[in-house]
Design a protein around this ligand. Structure first.
Ligand SMILES: [Zn+2]
Length: 548
């Protein structure tokens, strides 16, 4: 009997193998799409797909939702959900603990200086007179990206281009071996790059910059797409916590943009015009770089930065946020329509995701009796410094604070014979009295923390021994820092739950509620493209979406 069952099992296994083998063609060339277009929306929460659904057009988000694959329970897998870490994680299939992009900024204890995620003093601006704007490269990212792997796999025949208003949104997705990355210089209104990529801008970009689109868009101001009374998903327009476009005294539509404070063209980033510029650049690159027209698969990585500025300034429940998403939907529709015309509907692979979500405005939650608040970071810092001085005497024991972390002055600790544990105990005792502080962690001994396993994993995935501080403040859910309307950077669902939509070549129609993580994006792309995943990859292939 035992042998019969064994024989039947073997027969069943063989049958499976044979039927699988029948379904997979192993003749002819490896099949790949002509082009991959990756879109990261800066600060797009998952619920925006549905909150504004009825007002979206047929050709944008609705088209991808209807014809593509939707990972509906897709989350960040680390605690400090910010732009640079998000873009790096999407494209590397990794986590800050390995790819090293632990924040937008961090402190380097060895060099004793603050580091910007894509800062590179050996690089120079190409394309404008603004020397600071172009000192950028991806060299701080410690692993390869999916875009690097595509370049490697094709022996550098694949073309990879990154585009975003924010330098980090263009540079990190495009990887180390990119043909180009372009970002916006808000002082001159030019799209620029750095000497890391090229000695000069391509002619098409010189011509596009010469058209002075930013000046034309500023003169248009910002009016709502629909009549104001149609924005029924949002609060009324005038809220005290919303940002002002100075010198204007109120934050209400319609907005005049000419003559506002700040860089000449900086205001565009905080309006839908920033997305318009990004879309135009993507279409320019598509056209003039002949993306998808060569023998090898090309990759266009686009990041829309403006929703982040608008979300911070006005909050996710504002008319301004709703308006920027209704307009972004049209931009996405235009990009898809152009790809259809240029490459054919079934010849490109498209995905859309986000670098983080955002918390609702704390004041808005309080107004509706929900638990929320603003932590007093300035007072916390001064209380911590005072407590350390009274315990350990004079001398600055904290070298820097960033990402809700304290970086300790290790040479001074050593000189005074003070342990990290002793400093941690004083800081923890001081901070636990503050409203909005849930916990204080000694990151060097995270395994000892009293966090639950889920949260502990999020902080562990964030911790990089050389780039993280030693002491971490964990804020309560609903609590935020900063003098802005809304913020992100927390391990809570409003910041971690984001969209992941795949569409087009090789992608099934459907959806899953299985929990997927952001580091699954790159290995799924690698599987679709039949190339090696990035070297720091720790995610898994979202098997359900692959159409074989
Ligand atoms: Zn942000």
């Amino acid at each position: 009997m035992k042998y019969i069952r064994f024989a039947l099992t073997i027969a069943a296994l063989l049958c499976n193998v044979l039927s699988d083998a029948k379904n997979i063609e192993h003749t002819g060339a490896v099949k790949r799409p002509k082009l991959v277009v990756g879109v990261v929306v800066d600060q797009m929460r998952y619920d925006y797909l549905y909150r504004f659904y009825d007002k979206y057009s047929q050709g944008g988000f609705k088209r991808i939702l209807g014809e593509g694959f939707n990972c509906r329970n897709h989350h960040y897998h680390y605690a400090l959900t910010v732009t640079a870490a998000g873009h790096a994680s999407v494209y590397t299939g990794s986590a800050p603990s390995v790819h090293g992009i632990v924040g937008n900024d961090w402190f380097d204890s060895h060099l004793n200086k603050r580091i910007y995620c894509v800062g590179d003093s050996s690089a120079a601006t190409v394309g404008s007179s603004n020397a600071a704007a172009g000192r950028m490269s991806p060299k701080n990212m410690l692993v390869s990206t999916i875009t690097d792997q595509l370049r490697l796999a094709s022996n550098f025949q694949s073309k990879v281009i990154g585009i975003a208003l924010k330098d980090r949104g263009a540079i990190l997705p495009a990887g180390h071996t990119a043909n180009a990355a372009y970002w916006f210089d808000s002082k001159t209104g030019n799209w620029i790059t750095s000497s890391f990529y090229a000695r000069q801008l391509p002619e098409w970009l010189v011509n596009y910059n010469a058209r002075k689109r930013p000046a034309a868009l500023i003169s248009q101001g910002w009016k709502t797409l629909l009549p104001l009374e149609h924005y029924t998903e949002s609060t009324s327009d005038n809220q005290a916590y919303e940002a002002k476009f100075l010198p204007a005294k109120k934050s209400v539509f319609p907005y005049e943009l000419a003559g506002t404070a700040g860089d000449a063209y900086g205001i565009l980033s905080s309006t839908p015009h920033g997305n318009t510029l990004t879309k135009e650049m993507a279409l320019q690159a598509l056209e003039h770089e002949s993306l998808g027209m060569g023998a090898a698969t090309d990759f266009l990585a686009v990041s829309f930065s403006s929703p982040d500025y608008v979300g911070h300034g006005f909050g996710p429940n504002s008319v301004e946020a709703e308006d920027i998403y209704l307009r972004l939907d049209k931009d996405i529709a235009e990009i898809l329509a152009r790809l259809d015309r240029k490459l054919g509907k079934d010849n490109y692979l498209f995905f859309l995701t986000a670098d983080h979500g955002v918390m609702d405005v704390a004041d808005f939650w309080k107004e509706h009796k929900l638990p929320a608040g603003r932590i007093d970071y300035t007072r916390m810092n001064s209380d911590v410094r005072n407590a350390l001085k009274s315990k350990f005497g004079e001398g600055e024991l904290i070298a820097a604070s960033e990402n809700f972390q304290y970086y300790l002055n290790e040479p001074l600790l050593e000189q005074k014979g003070i342990t990290t544990e002793a400093v941690f105990k004083v800081i923890r005792k001081t901070l636990m009295h503050f409203d909005g502080v849930a916990n204080v962690l000694n990151l060097n001994e995270l395994y000892k923390s009293d966090l639950n396993e889920y949260q502990s994993t999020l902080y562990r995935n964030n911790f990089h021994l050389k780039r993280s501080g030693q002491i971490q403040i964990v804020v309560e859910p609903g609590w935020m820092a900063g003098p802005i309307a809304a913020n992100h950077g927390s391990p809570y669902n409003n910041d971690t739950h984001i969209p992941l939509l795949f569409y087009g070549w090789g992608v099934k129609r459907g959806e899953t509620f299985r929990r997927t993580a952001v580091w699954d994006t790159a290995p799924t792309l690698a599987a679709l493209l039949s190339i090696l995943e990035p070297n720091g990859n720790m995610g898994e292939v979202v098997v359900e979406l692959i159409d074989r």
